[in-house]
Design a binder for this molecule. Structure first.
Ligand code: CO8
Length: 383
């Protein structure tokens, strides 16, 4: 199941990580109040059709449901005002001049700067940058190249997108390049403005996502200087086509006869139940098989830094992999504070929950989501 890259060539470590968290956050209570105000307005607007039985009234959202179904309590966003305004219901972000840094590059610079500090490195030490995220704010030039320019990094950069699995697929790409020698030190950065592609007017999903940016520094083990290093023992990636998580927005939008910007399928859509049922076994099997193939007993893993979409989903996967109910520190969740931040979730979990592990501890950084896609990285603390 999946394709593996094991340690051959140069040994590679993650020598630093960093998180940029937006200043504004939205609690479930604030979110539900805004949604319910929107629903009431819509119902008043369409009162005649509703009374005539030609239209279903919009139901209210509920804090209890959101917490019980997902484990999410709050989320950070780049613009709170727009998403909570019942007359807007999406972020409103200033149109920037082409000569100014773009918003994703700006978030990226902050996360990369923190990751470089943690790694004891400067931009001068980096020779490549991969911007791996589930959406990029424009088609080109690449966000990675803009971040490279803003930080004065020599070498090359490129963007890649594997939705929620972008970070782990990016780590695999970077690790492979360092192993084979085409680069020595690579930053993988994950700016996620999920609020921009979430449909805040849809009760089934309005609570799911938040914004953040994460970054990790990968380099040759023998050159790393950081106090905290995790060797990448092996990576494994798997994809399998599914329409159960889909967004039809794209550059061909205007070419379609019925194309409008505001069509429902131009934002995130999912069949959440199907995703849950199909992805949980796919992920737990991949982690177990990957570990076994690499001579690592999955039941002896010290930490699971899982994708942060849903608490019950992670509980299932943790139980399957470890063969028992994981202690909370063995499988740290951050989704209660950040919600689902797509590719960044497992990296936030890693970045905020690794210092306590001793040298020799082993864990997996695992992400999963649209595609479907699963990316698993087996790491071991070596410093
Ligand atoms: N308030 C109150 N009631 C609600 C609400 C609400 N907000 N929403 C739904 N309900 C009701 C429904 O109407 C339904 O009622 P009834 O039983 O009467 O029909 C009932 O609650 C149950 O509804 P669901 O079956 O939909 O609820 P679930 O228990 O399945 O929970 C979840 C919904 C939380 C969405 C759950 O299915 C889930 O988490 N699934 C997995 C999702 C997942 O992991 N998706 C990955 C997507 S992320 C990804 O891959 C990245 C994509 C790219 C990024 C995009 C950025 C925007």
């Amino acid at each position: 199941m999946g394709t593996t890259m094991t340690t051959k060539g140069n040994r590679v470590v993650i020598s630093g990580s960093g998180v940029f968290t937006p200043e504004q956050s939205v609690s479930n209570a604030e979110l539900v109040a805004a949604f319910n105000a929107y629903a009431d307005k819509q119902n008043a607007l369409h009162a005649d059709d509703i009374a005539a039985g030609q239209r279903e009234p919009m139901a209210h959202s509920s804090e209890e449901f959101i917490f019980k179904a997902s484990g999410i309590e709050s989320r950070f966003v780049m613009d709170k005002e727009g998403v909570l305004n019942p007359d807007i219901m999406h972020p409103t972000l200033r149109q920037r001049d082409d000569e100014e840094p773009g918003i994703m590059a700006e978030m990226g610079v902050k996360a990369v700067t923190r990751a470089l500090e943690a790694a004891g490195r400067t931009a001068a030490d980096v020779d490549a940058i991969i911007c791996a995220a589930s959406n990029h704010e424009r088609a080109y030039p690449a966000i990675a190249i803009e971040i490279q320019d803003l930080l004065n990094i020599q070498g090359f950069g490129f963007d890649m997108n594997v939705a929620c699995s972008s970070a782990t697929f990016g780590i695999q790409a970077a690790a492979d390049m360092i192993r084979s020698g085409s680069a020595r030190c690579i930053v993988v950065v994950n700016p996620e403005i999920c609020s921009g592609h979430l449909e805040w007017r849809d009760r089934d999903c309005h609570f799911i996502f938040g914004d953040v940016c994460t970054a990790v520094v990968l380099e040759r083990a023998e050159e790393a200087v950081s106090d905290t290093q995790f060797e990448i023992h092996s990576t494994r990636c798997l994809t399998q086509f599914s329409n159960n998580i889909r967004n039809n927005n794209g550059f061909l939008r205007r070419s379609r006869p019925s194309g409008t910007v505001d069509r429902r399928d131009m934002q995130f859509m999912q069949n959440g139940r199907q995703v849950f049922k199909q992805v949980v076994p796919m992920v737990s099997e991949l982690i177990v098989e990957h570990c076994q193939d690499e001579g690592v007993d999955p039941e002896k893993l010290d930490r699971l830094w899982l994708h942060q979409a849903n608490k019950s989903m992670n509980d299932f996967i943790g139980r399957k992999v470890l063969g028992r109910v994981p202690e909370s520190e063995e499988q740290p969740n951050i989704l209660q504070d950040y919600a689902n931040t797509s590719s960044a979730g497992s990296i936030i979990a890693f970045s905020q929950n690794h210092e306590d592990l001793p040298v020799g501890a082993r864990g997996v950084i695992c992400s999963f989501g649209a595609g479907y896609s699963v990316g698993n990285v087996i790491v071991e603390r070596v410093a």
